[in-house]
Design a protein around this ligand. Structure first.
Ligand code: C2E
Ligand code: CA
Ligand code: CA
Length: 685
């Protein structure tokens, strides 16, 4: 039911007004005002009700012309028809009225039948316009805009036009933070600016498509489009400096006017999408490759079901390297798509598409299952696999079934949870922190280890890291790539790794491509690396070969979680090194290779208590060295053979006994690094 059916009569002649009211009040509600000023007040309070205004021109206080001038300043009155009552045929006033936006005229004294007819007419017409005009801004709606553009193109076949589509970046944010009213205010100011600009060009059709999306069709010249966008930008900044809003603008230069206007719009939209998220460029022009991209995207979406059914997606593995040993410690599973007709399709092409569409959730789960299957096979074959990590995309992180899904998988395949590590991308941590913390805690209870992936790629906040119970930090490759440019990446990387250490988080740096980068990472105490320098992502068969080759190189590449501190020990100014010196127990670090021992480092306590005691003679000193070495040689040999080597009791000199413990803290090819600690036990013997 159409609710606007009240007529506002604005006339200072009471008798005429009463007569009129008698005639129309059976069909319409009636409000009346005696001058323009009063009419504006009534209108403001009843804007939702008033369907038509019948306006006398000559009135005290504020006459009809003044009223119209004021009335026109309110966009929200755009759809309310005004019928002017004139006493005689005055062409001059009539023309003035039309210019002022008056719709129709009636002669005074009123002819009731005629007036009723004209009011109905005006209401019908305004209803039509309501559909053609957007309620918030008064601009053309989508359908009206399309129709007007069609007309414009038909009437001006000799000219080239452009269809411009723009929207306001982060408009949702304004709506959410400042409220719908404020959002409307922004939209209205855009509309007002468009109205202003429209007067500059001779052919300029514009409208609002939906939400924050506006469209313009104007004669094409690149500088005109720059002008338009600049003007809009400046105007938006004036609305509120704090929002820092920007428009993203897509342009289709209409060089094929046989296209539907909707298709022209689609092309402008495709172009606009390509400039979203960029900071500098806010205008993008449509080109043919965009439609190709869209087709490709459609293809990728259409094919996914078949690809999953036919298992076209494959698990590739990229080893992670323990930097203390240079041996691999597990791998990351990365998806590869082997399409029967198109060959290999890179994840860069399909992952973003699936992320946008939420399909990635299914693909993730496909990968998890295949990795579980693989781990099961390895376990059945009696191998001792290291953990494989899988990627968990945002949709799954917030999937309420996530914990259940993982639990079901490891139960079904009988896999220890430690063998499946989960990589959660950093950006997901910024959204619903309570929820993600709860999920992580449940995953931890099941025994899963969690890595924060792509750290540093987005809005990393160290604060978040402190609150999140992640087990590993995976540092984005961008820092390594920045390194060459200005050295800043290097500094940032150093502090990130150091901070991770404070939080007791081992870190993995991705994208390691050169030996220089490896050296640098070792130097700053990074624990793990992943990258082309060591190995590219490979098929499962290749990975099995890779592991076999590593094993046959003589060393058993089992990483010890604590090893990386060794790197810090060499750096005498590092915290670990200082700590090492301050420890109240004697410690020595040896290198062991081909049955040869070399003392690498000792702490002060070791020096004063065990070897370099100033009160002993040189011969006693040498004896102590010999006896310690023979004890250690035996212990080290045992360890290299893989035998168990528990704590040993060792008499330093008459009646002074120590319990000596040996721990492997690093392996590299045929070299082992051993940490030897001494604990005095004389009084317990
Ligand atoms: P990511 O998780 O950060 O994976 C690391 C990416 O870096 C991989 O790209 C890997 O091939 C590449 N990479 C490894 N070492 C180097 C190097 O030294 N230099 C350079 N330039 N790149 C290196 P890929 O396989 O193309 O995957 C790209 C992204 O796609 C991944 O980034 C991940 O976000 C996503 N992705 C891949 N597989 C899966 C999956 O199974 N599930 C989900 N959800 N996402 C996946
Ligand atoms: Ca990853
Ligand atoms: Ca990553």
């Amino acid at each position: 039911m159409y609710s606007k059916n009240t007529i506002l009569l604005v006339d200072d002649e009471e008798i005429g007004k009463r007569r009129l009211r008698d005639v129309i009040s059976d069909e319409f509600g009636v409000l009346d005002a005696s001058d323009g000023q009063e009419a504006l007040e009534i209108l403001a309070a009843n804007v939702d009700k008033v369907a038509v205004i019948v306006l006398d021109l000559i009135m005290p206080v504020m006459d009809g012309f003044q009223f119209m001038a004021e009335f026109r300043r309110h966009q929200e009155y755009d759809n309310i028809p005004v019928i002017v009552a004139t006493a005689n045929e005055d062409w001059h006033s009539e023309q003035k009225c039309l210019e002022a936006g008056v719709w129709d005229f009636v002669m005074k004294p009123y002819n009731p039948m005629l007036l009723r007819f004209r009011i109905r007419n005006a209401i019908d017409k305004s209803r039509m316009i309501m559909v053609e005009r957007d309620a918030v801004t008064g601009l053309y709606t989508k359908f009206k805009f399309y129709r007007e553009v069609r007309m414009l193109l038909l009437e001006n076949t000799e000219r080239t036009f452009a269809l411009v589509r723009f929207d306001i970046d982060r408009f949702k944010m304004i709506n959410n933070f400042y409220g719908i009213k404020e959002g409307d205010r922004v939209l209205q100011s855009v509309a007002a600016e468009l109205r202003r600009i429209s007067t500059v060009f001779d052919r300029f059709v514009y409208g609002r498509m939906e939400n924050d999306v506006f469209v313009v069709c104007m004669p094409f010249r690149e500088e005109n489009i720059d002008l338009l966008v600049n003007a809009l930008q400046i105007n938006l900044r004036k609305v509120n400096k704090d929002y820092n809003i920007k428009v993203s603008c897509g342009v289709y230069v209409i060089n094929d006017d046989t296209l539907d206007v909707t298709e022209m719009y689609d092309r402008a939209y495709l172009a606009a999408k390509s400039c979203k998220g960029r900071f500098v460029q806010s205008i993008a022009y449509y080109n043919e490759s965009m439609i190709e991209d869209m087709r490709q995207e459609q293809f990728i979406i259409n094919e996914v079901n078949r690809a999953i059914e036919e298992e076209q997606f494959e698990v590739y593995l990229q080893p992670k390297i323990n930097l203390a040993t240079d041996c691999s410690y597990g791998a990351e599973a990365l998806v590869r798509w082997r399409h029967p007709d198109r060959g290999m399709i890179s994840p860069g092409e399909f992952i973003p598409v699936y992320e946008r569409n939420g399909i990635i959730g299914r693909l993730d789960q496909y990968m998890w299952r295949h990795v579980c299957k693989l781990l099961r096979r390895w376990l059945d074959e009696g191998r001792q696999p290291n953990p494989i990590s899988v990627n968990v995309s945002r949709v799954n992180i917030y999937n309420p079934q996530l914990v259940k899904i993982f639990k079901k998988l490891i139960t079904e395949y009988q896999i220890p949870a430690e063998l499946l590590n989960l990589e959660l991308t950093e950006s997901a941590f910024m959204e619903d922190q309570d929820l993600i913390m709860k999920t992580m805690s449940n995953l931890h209870k099941l025994g899963f280890k969690i890595m924060m992936d792509d750290f540093g790629s987005g809005y990393s906040s160290l604060n978040v890291l402190k609150d999140m119970e992640v087990d590993y930090l995976k540092v984005d490759m961008k820092f390594l790539q920045d390194q060459e440019a200005n050295g800043k990446g290097e500094k940032v990387l150093t502090s990130v790794i150091r901070m991770a250490k404070w939080l007791r988080l081992p870190s993995i740096v991705e994208g390691v491509e050169t030996i220089e980068q490896v050296d640098f990472l070792k130097c700053i105490g990074c624990e793990y690396a992943q990258g082309y320098y060591y190995a590219k992502p490979m098929t499962v068969a290749e990975y099995e070969d890779f592991i076999a080759r590593e094993a046959s190189m003589g060393t058993k590449c089992r990483a010890d979680e604590n090893i990386a501190i060794i790197n810090e020990l060499w750096n005498t100014r590092s915290n670990t090194s200082r700590l090492f010196d301050m420890l109240e127990i004697p410690i020595a670090v040896y290198e062991y290779r081909n049955e040869k021992l070399e003392l690498l480092r000792t702490n002060s306590r070791y020096e004063s208590e065990i070897i370099f005691d100033k009160n002993v003679s040189e011969s006693e000193h040498n004896r102590r060295i010999q006896s310690e070495r023979s004890m250690l040689r035996e212990a080290f040999a045992k360890i290299v053979r893989g035998d168990f080597c528990g704590p040993m009791e060792y008499e330093l000199t008459g009646g002074i006994w120590y319990r000596v413990t040996v721990k492997v803290i690093g392996r590299r090819a045929d070299t082992m690094i051993m940490m030897v600690t001494f604990c005095e036990i004389s009084e317990y013997r």
